[in-house]
Ligand binder design. Structure first.
Ligand SMILES: [Zn+2]
Length: 311
């Protein structure tokens, strides 16, 4: 049985595995480990974090599982909740039956901009997302379905992307997510880059060419060209060393993109997702003095960029 959330002693609340991984990479002690427990205070069995501390494992979703040789208390409300969800999926009319082992709930809202903190004395760094730490509450007895209706919000694009990739076509058409106050299905929220002219409020994505490295900077080009007035244009993204260095999770980002860059033309199915920016026409001077035109995506916040690839 796997879990989306755990109580983390060091962070002082219930967190998702995505949050835990971000917190780990935002600090520099590589040997540091969090202690995780069942979110049910009365159960409190120890949990293990998977894919939280490893850089290379971009392919695998971070999650929690019960520590070996440990078991949840007989009346653990979390286990009961998950059992119930699994059963309702089994009984459900959706095609999700085949995935009945899945106990994880997909996010139903993506928070593009985190709410501003009232306490401005806190440093930039800690401003990240305490928003994602929930207080540990004593769970009510399971006769009332308290948590079923609770929306699952996230500010981690990766969480949304993993969910999208996890779903089949039918599930994508049935599951809804809110992006910038617009509620649409996952299917309608994700947009292939070649159709970017359909509008701005989408999570854009597409397969990418091998990453080009220029010193400490990186250039990403989507494989699909965009056809405008019967002419093809490429869509590019330039990730500067500066942008990465100023990113809270620079170590995680740089090591991931380096891993992909090293794969070169051996990289398979490398794909890039972004949100909150929009391709703009740009003229570029060629070495021979000629001009060529591309669409450029300027990413200002690396939290809004996710690159996935097989290793
Ligand atoms: Zn438990």
């Amino acid at each position: 049985m796997t879990f989306d959330k755990a109580y983390c002693k060091e962070l002082g609340g219930n967190v998702t595995a995505y949050k835990a991984r971000r917190e780990f990479f935002a600090q520099n002690d590589l040997d540091f480990k969090f202690s995780f427990f069942c979110p049910d205070e009365n159960c409190n069995v120890e949990l293990t974090g998977e894919n939280i501390y490893a850089i290379g494992k971009v392919k695998h979703k971070p999650h929690f599982r019960t520590k070996k040789n440990c078991s949840h208390s007989d009346d653990c409300s979390i286990v009961e909740e998950l059992d119930k969800e699994a059963k309702s999926i089994d009984k459900g009319t959706t095609t999700a039956t085949a995935h009945s082992h899945k106990t994880n709930k997909y996010p139903d809202e993506f928070i593009l901009k985190r709410p501003k903190k009232e306490n401005q004395n806190k440093s930039e760094q800690s401003d990240d997302d305490d928003f994602d730490i929930e207080p540990r509450e004593r769970r009510k007895s399971t006769t009332t379905p308290t948590n079923d209706s609770k929306p699952h919000k996230t500010s981690y694009l990766e969480n949304v992307v993993d969910s999208y990739e996890d779903m089949n076509e039918q599930e994508r058409k049935e599951a809804y997510i809110t992006l910038n106050a617009q509620r649409k299905t996952y299917h309608s929220t994700f947009k292939k880059i070649k159709y970017f002219q359909d509008g701005e409020n989408f999570i854009f994505y597409g397969e990418i060419e091998p990453i080009k490295v220029y010193g400490d900077n990186y250039s990403i080009t989507f494989k699909d060209r965009v056809w405008i007035d019967k002419k093809p244009y490429s869509v590019n993204m330039y990730i500067t060393d500066d942008l990465i260095s100023n990113y809270r999770l620079s170590r995680l980002f740089r090591e991931s993109i380096d891993t992909l860059a090293k794969q070169g033309s051996n990289s398979k199915n490398a794909r890039c997702y972004f949100v909150g920016s929009y391709p703009k026409l740009k003229k570029i001077l060629r070495h021979d003095g000629g001009l060529y035109t591309v669409y450029e995506v300027i990413v200002e916040n690396l939290d809004h960029l996710v690159i996935k690839f097989e290793e």
